[in-house]
Design a protein around this ligand. Structure first.
Ligand code: F6P
Length: 353
């Protein structure tokens, strides 16, 4: 087994509150085990460019409560090319980096697996506000983004109630409607619209008209970002058909920032410590996941494939190297997520009165 002397840590893709807590946990857990840590700034871009600096406990003091990522983040198309990958490997060799903990979403995990296959052991940690890592019940940043989204919708509800208005709200989540679903439930929204489940626009508009006829003054319709510009086009239709003055709001990146919640800090700390434990045990090419309350790990290739399966994007040959048992467990996981989303969606309708 390889003797670890130095671990690199990086964040990549969209930032998420709680990433700093994960970086801190990696740094401290490594130090406890007598392993040095280097901070890789600007994600894989920084790894290619050699933007790498030693860090220790003092550098992560206090970061647990700060949003964003102090290692900064970047999306790096160049890293996907072999030449970029070789530059990254050269940086690892130069700085004596024996393994990397990469915090981010699916793009980050793809980079981690590519590096592992070229001799740099990597472990991924799911950090994305979208909660769209199928293999994990939750991702770092989701809880905070949800809390911020709910706070902002509550504010809109106040003004809608004062003015007898409707507000269509677009919330983040490119491929996943979790933020929309749970924020809709938590704010008592009159309807939620997500990419994963077809909706009946006429029925939603009629619901608003009926509720208005029953004396209701304020209406919130939560629309997931995954539907493109749909929310903005829906608002004038609601106004035209119901006579309720309707506004549109897009929260966008605002909900990617802010002080991480307790849940995000705790999970990020657990995941960071687990990632170090895995690397030091000689494991690699894994992503740390939360499943049924436990911190576990999955092969990255499994996590990426089950993601594609869930999104209906499997390519020919994707399943060829997996056992029957693994394929069955992927299908079960996809079914679980589908039911989870359906249950949340139906709950919004059940209590929309
Ligand atoms: O990190 C996830 C996410 O915030 C998505 O919800 C959103 O679609 C995307 O990132 C935005 O990406 P960018 O920061 O590149 O605009």
């Amino acid at each position: 087994m390889q003797k670890f002397r130095k671990i690199g840590v990086l964040t990549s893709g969209g930032d998420a509150p709680g990433m700093n807590a994960a970086i801190r946990a990696v740094t401290l857990a490594a130090e406890v085990n007598g392993v040095d840590v280097v901070a890789i700034y600007d994600g894989y871009q920084g790894l290619m460019e050699g933007n790498v600096h030693d860090i220790s406990a003092k550098d992560v003091s206090g970061v647990i409560r700060i949003g964003g990522t102090f290692l900064h983040s970047a999306r790096s198309p160049e890293f996907m090319l072999e030449e970029g990958m070789q530059r990254a490997i050269a940086t690892c060799k130069k700085h004596g980096i024996d393994g990397i903990v990469a915090i981010g979403g699916d793009g980050t995990f793809r980079g981690a697996t590519d590096l592992t296959l070229r001799g740099i052991p990597c472990i991924g940690i799911p950090g994305t506000i979208d909660n769209d890592v199928t293999a994990s019940d939750s991702t770092i940043g989701y809880d905070t983004a949800l809390k911020t989204t709910v706070t902002m919708i509550d504010c809109l509800r106040d003004t809608c109630e004062s003015h007898a208005r409707c507000n269509v709200v677009e919330v983040m989540g490119r491929h996943a409607g979790y933020i929309a679903l749970e924020s809709a439930i938590a704010t008592g929204a009159e309807a939620v619209i997500i990419k994963e489940i077809p909706h009946d626009e006429d029925a939603i508009i009629k619901r608003i008209a009926d509720l208005k006829a029953n004396g209701k003054r304020s209406f919130i319709i939560v629309v997931s970002e995954g539907l493109g510009n749909y929310g903005e086009t829906l608002a004038p239709k609601i106004e035209a058909f119901t006579g309720v003055e309707t506004r549109f709001a897009r929260f966008a990146h605002v909900v990617r920032g802010g002080v991480p919640t307790v849940a995000d800090r705790v999970m990020a700390t657990q995941m960071g410590a687990k990632a170090v434990e895995l690397l030091l045990a000689g494991k690699s090419n894994l992503v740390v996941c939360k499943r049924n309350g436990k911190i576990v790990s999955e092969e990255i290739r499994y996590a990426l494939t089950v993601d594609r399966m869930f999104k209906g994007k499997l390519k020919d040959g994707d399943l060829d190297t997996f056992s029957e048992e693994q394929i069955e467990s992927m299908k079960a996981l996809c079914e679980l997520r589908t039911k989870e989303i359906r249950r949340l969606y139906d709950l919004v309708d059940k209590v929309a009165k």
